[in-house]
Design a protein around this ligand. Sequence first.
Ligand SMILES: Nc1ncnc2c1ncn2[C@@H]1O[C@H](COP(=O)(O)OP(=O)(O)O)[C@@H](O)[C@H]1O
Ligand SMILES: [Mg+2]
Length: 214
Amino acid sequence: MERKGFFITFEGGEGCGKSTQISLLESALKSAGEEVLVLREPGGTCVGEAIRHLLKSPEEGSSLVPEAELLLFAASRAQLVREKIRPALARGQWVLCDRFLDSTTVYQGVARCLDSSQVSLINRFAVGDTLPDRTFFLDLPWGEARLRVGKRNGAPDRFDSENDLFHNAVREGFLRLAEREPERVATLDASASQQSLATVIQKNISSFCHVLFS
Ligand SMILES: Nc1ncnc2c1ncn2[C@@H]1O[C@H](COP(=O)(O)OP(=O)(O)O)[C@@H](O)[C@H]1O
Ligand SMILES: [Mg+2]
């Protein structure tokens, strides 16, 4: 299957602004005449949304062991890649995904302390050769992010409710991952304004493809 669309992922801790930037980029791309599919992880498919509920719900997910958590994320991702991402890319659409395999590398492989080589094997098995063309890591100290999470609608999920140590480990994990893969992963200072971040993201995208953002 010839691949034509671009696959962009957004990563970072809770409350760093992923959903906000995805929505701004979606609008900007659509205004430029592009076709865009926005997806979220875990979820994005019927099976994936059921898995999302298990993973996010503080009640139902309370007894999940880290190994089961890892496999549930991988199952949701495997389904999303084959059911949604590959077909959209083949149609030439942009795929914007709220979290992808880097979240597993960091959350399960670093913050949950699972063996990182096993995590990367499972990641690889789940996605095959479907990897993001560009990943935007929105970097924000947990102290600031926590204030934003507090303002967000809805009750805190299993991950929001983790302790400060966990959230700091997530941030460190993303910083190290971004250092390892500087060509794919762009690290952005997420304390900047929503609009200035959106402009940086559009400029970055314009550097590898022709889109006429207004
Ligand atoms: N650059 C920003 N500066 C200040 N607040 C922001 C910024 N980006 C997002 N927010 C606010 O922070 C909260 C979390 O943003 P959100 O996009 O939901 O984060 P995420 O999807 O990463 O959890 C929301 O209330 C949002 O309006
Ligand atoms: Mg979000």
